[in-house]
Design a protein around this ligand. Structure first.
Ligand code: NAI
Ligand code: MG
Length: 478
């Protein structure tokens, strides 16, 4: 039986969106020379016009960041830096609703997630790093080293505010200044964050935000005045950046794609596991680098898990992201939808079995029903490539060794999940899995104190925790 839910839309009156934005450079708003649209992917409504940053805009931002580093930020004690970070964290909490509604409008993710995950976790990253700013000597990092100076940060569209927080908070806590570029489809919460920096009285030039696309990003990665690059996004662009940075003195951290294995052993608690599978792949429309996108089931329980999973998927509510009942929102862009459609068509063509619950998708905007593919083999594209959408590929195994072999058979190594009631299974499997983050009997749990990052083509370096701090100090990490 399905319950009908009355619509419970969150009001959008709490946000004020300007018709056009410039760049935030040296504490001031600078007009852009040309603009592009930022749309609401759930309705295709144009929300605002975003400035396309040029090499000259990036240069102005780098100069402002250098000046701020030399004149103000590097002269402050850790305690003083920490005060600004605490202030930013508190303002983010005070303006949490505004951030959540704006993120949902610009990104398409359900308000339930922006409100309960993205925004509180973003504030938590600032609180966490505020606490470290005056205690770096206790963090186990090499404190004879100094901050890099000016850091260039390029972030993706799947967690716009959260990825900003992951990058800006540790950079400031360790004494760096920042030039950040949000992704072209999701600039609005970064621009609201710029207002928060002003509200917090952060010295001019410590945080600069230049909006734009890949051309703006490459103006950042190739700028000789930048000391360190931190990038989160596709493996393809990560490789381009690694090549551009290799002959220079810049430090580099890369957080790239994934194809996470979610392994279910025969003794797992099935109902709990089904919830974890759903959270692992349908959270944030599957636009998650650490998504559990390959479900690897022990044969003895495969039928039971799939039957319960399908029953559970029938209850996933797809639709208006601002509705508080919604579980699965809009796909972030037409391009991303096309990529999901291409890869799922390859799944059909290569002989996997597609299943989706009956659900009506809205007429306007970009949508994709929650989908699973069974009968997937390791050679299928849907088992090897990152789909970055609400699509789960299901494989099976007989012996634990086979599960590990399948899980590790990927160019990526970001995340993995293990479901078992036996501690020995969990310890054994986690020792053999090649993944930066391994969850046991849970999935997609994040905490600022816990380092995050990958092996192989999932990237270099860690973000969060004490390990993440060292990436922002010279000599402590590559
Ligand atoms: P992307 O890697 O092109 O974009 C990420 C960021 O890099 C954006 O801010 C973009 O403007 C910037 N960028 C693009 N080209 C650049 C360049 N040459 N130099 C410097 N910066 C550049 O990712 P895209 O095209 O939006 O998504 C493509 C695929 O990448 C997705 O389908 C997904 O599979 C994967 N992806 C993975 C993410 C992750 O968190 N691991 C995040 C976003 C995408
Ligand atoms: Mg791209």
């Amino acid at each position: 039986m399905n319950f009908e839910y009355a619509a419970a839309p969150e009001s959008r009156s709490v946000v004020k969106i300007d018709p056009e934005y410039g760049h935030f450079i040296n504490g001031k708003w600078i007009n852009g020379s040309s603009h592009f649209n930022s749309i609401n992917p759930a309705t295709e409504e144009v929300l605002s016009r975003i400035a396309l940053g040029t090499a000259a805009d990036v240069d102005a931002a780098v100069k402002a960041a250098r000046n701020a580093f030399d004149k103000s930020w590097s002269k402050l004690s850790g305690r003083e830096r920490g005060k600004y970070l605490f202030r930013i964290a508190r303002i983010m909490q005070e303006r949490a609703r505004e951030f959540a509604v704006l993120e949902t409008l610009d990104n398409g993710k359900p308000i339930r997630e922006s409100r309960d995950v993205d925004v509180p976790l973003s504030a938590a990253h600032f609180f966490y790093h505020a606490g470290w700013a005056d205690k770096l000597e206790y963090a186990g990092v090499d404190t004879t080293t100094t901050p890099h100076g000016v850091v260039g940060q390029i972030i993706p569209w799947n967690f716009p505010l959260l990825m900003l927080a992951w990058k800006v908070a540790p950079a400031l806590a360790t004494g760096n200044t920042v030039v950040l570029k949000p992704a072209e489809t999701t600039s609005l919460t970064a621009l609201l964050f710029a207002q928060v920096c002003q509200q917090a009285g952060l010295p001019d030039g410590v945080v600069n935000i230049v909006t734009g696309d890949g051309s703006t990003g490459s103006a950042i990665t190739s700028h000789p005045g930048i000391d360190k690059i931190a990038f989160t996004g596709s493996t393809e662009v990560g490789k381009l950046i690694a090549r551009a940075v290799a002959p220079t003195n810049k430090s580099l951290t890369l957080e790239l794609g994934g194809k996470g294995a979610n392994i279910v052993f025969g003794d797992a608690a099935i109902d709990e596991t089904v919830e974890g599978i759903v959270n692992g792949i349908f959270f944030n429309q599957g636009h998650v680098c650490c998504a559990g996108s390959r479900l690897i089931l022990q044969e003895s329980i495969a039928d039971e898990v799939l039957e319960k999973l399908k029953r559970r998927m029938e209850k996933i509510r797809v639709g208006d992201p601002l509705d508080k009942n919604t579980d699965l929102g809009a796909i972030n862009s037409g391009e991303q939808l096309a990529k999901i459609q291409e890869l799922t068509a390859a799944g059909d063509a290569e002989g996997a079995g597609r299943w989706s619950p009956n659900c009506t998708l809205p007429d306007k905007g970009f949508w994709f029903a929650p989908t699973i593919f069974t009968g997937v083999t390791q050679a299928h594209r849907i088992a090897r490539e990152e789909i970055f959408g609400p699509v789960l590929s299901v494989l099976t195994f007989r012996t634990p060794a086979e599960a590990i072999e399948k899980a590790n058979n990927t160019p990526f190594g970001l995340s993995a999940g293990i479901w078992s009631e036996k501690g020995s299974n969990i310890l054994w499997a986690s020792q053999h899995l090649r993944a930066g983050v391994i969850w046991a009997n849970t999935f997609n749990k994040f905490d600022p104190a816990s380092p995050f990052g990958g092996y192989k083509e999932s990237g270099w370096g860690r973000e969060g925790g004490r390990h993440g701090l060292s990436a922002y100090l010279k000599g402590s990490a590559k």
